[in-house]
Design a protein around this ligand. Structure first.
Ligand code: SF4
Length: 328
């Protein structure tokens, strides 16, 4: 019998997959990537396929970045403590898993949800709401907390025995760690660094985007993951990398839509200007970029590249205090 597992790659979903795949070896794992995950989709697949391969379960990956970006802007069920629209996001993933289940003629969906582990999305009322919104009533099995929840269709039909399921709840991972040992899952992943929508620093930059550029898309979100951000005007922003890796990532984003600020004859890193820059904005951006160059030079030379035009500007850097006014 085919089943579909919502697989995040965290310990809970690995355990849920292990519990169900023992009696349903035709299980398939679905991973839903979105741009708010810190790593690239390729990196995530590499990491989580270590576990699906060990469990001998095929992994299917879907990129739902565009849809999650739309949910962040107007979430029907609101944001969590930060800008995380977890309830809407879960509904989206379960809806997609439900469609996939129908396509491959699978019988039910498995999720690693643990009752009470996350205050916004892992509550009984929210589990019920998700079932109602997705039309999957009775078809979502949560093996780790099943004994604390109402009986599902797979249990009623005898496709899986309730006595083989668990009654785990709460935020402690003690029981899950015990199960991982029992199942020989070693090493198991550390608690996920998770979704950037729950990270206050990232959400500050995202809120700035929501305020100043509400029609943003996933490409603009991907820029928020790199470097220090400075709001220069309602239309202009500067991104300064923190290290060589970020500088490379930022350079890979170069296009004629952006301005480039390149230290000339001094040590420093490439910075990227995003938005519409007039002379005043360019002057401020240069002064900020200059702050992050070689300290023992008083006047800094910065090359500014816009489309194919180049301009050399010599400027004094802003002070640390002045800089704070612009930092997002
Ligand atoms: S933490 Fe992020 S990916 Fe997970 S449900 Fe919430 S919004 Fe979606």
């Amino acid at each position: 019998m085919k089943t579909v597992i919502l697989f995040s790659g965290g310990l809970d979903s690995i355990l849920a997959a292990r519990i169900v795949s023992v009696c349903h070896p035709e299980a398939e794992a679905l991973y839903f990537y979105n741009v708010f995950i810190p790593s690239s989709c390729r990196e995530v697949i590499k990491e989580i396929s270590l576990y699906t391969e060990k469990l001998n379960i095929p992994l299917k990956v879907f990129d739902i970045s565009g849809e999650v970006v739309d949910l962040v802007k107007v979430p029907k069920y609101g944001h969590g403590v930060n800008l995380n629209p977890c309830i809407d996001c879960k509904i989206l993933m379960f809806k997609k898993a439900g469609e996939y289940m129908e396509n491959i003629k699978a019988k039910f969906i498995v999720s690693g949800d643990v009752l009470g582990e996350r205050p916004m999305s892992q509550r009984k009322d929210i589990f019920n709401l998700i079932e109602k919104e997705t039309g999957l009533t009775g078809l979502i099995l949560r093996p780790l907390s099943a004994k604390l929840l109402k009986v599902t269709i797979p249990e009623e039909k005898g496709w899986i025995k309730r006595e083989n399921l668990y009654a785990i709840s709460g935020r402690s991972r003690k029981e899950q760690i015990g199960l991982a040992k029992e199942f020989g899952i070693d090493p198991y992943p550390a608690p996920a660094g998770g979704c950037l929508l729950t990270d206050p620093g990232f959400c500050r930059r995202l809120k700035d985007l929501l305020d100043f550029q509400p029609d943003f898309d996933k490409e603009e979100v991907s820029l928020l993951k790199i470097g220090r951000h400075f709001r220069i005007s309602s239309l202009a922003k500067l991104i300064v990398p923190r290290n060589e890796k970020e500088e490379k990532e930022l350079m890979a984003k170069r296009s004629t839509n952006f301005l480039e600020f390149i230290p000339s004859g001094i040590k420093g890193r490439f910075s990227l200007g995003v938005g519409n820059f007039g002379e005043e904005e360019i002057k401020t951006a240069v002064e900020i970029a200059a702050f992050y160059t070689q300290k023992d030079v008083e006047e800094k030379t910065i090359k500014v590249v816009r489309a194919r035009e180049e301009k050399i500007i010599v400027a004094k850097p802003l002070s640390g205090e002045e800089l704070k006014r612009y930092r997002i």
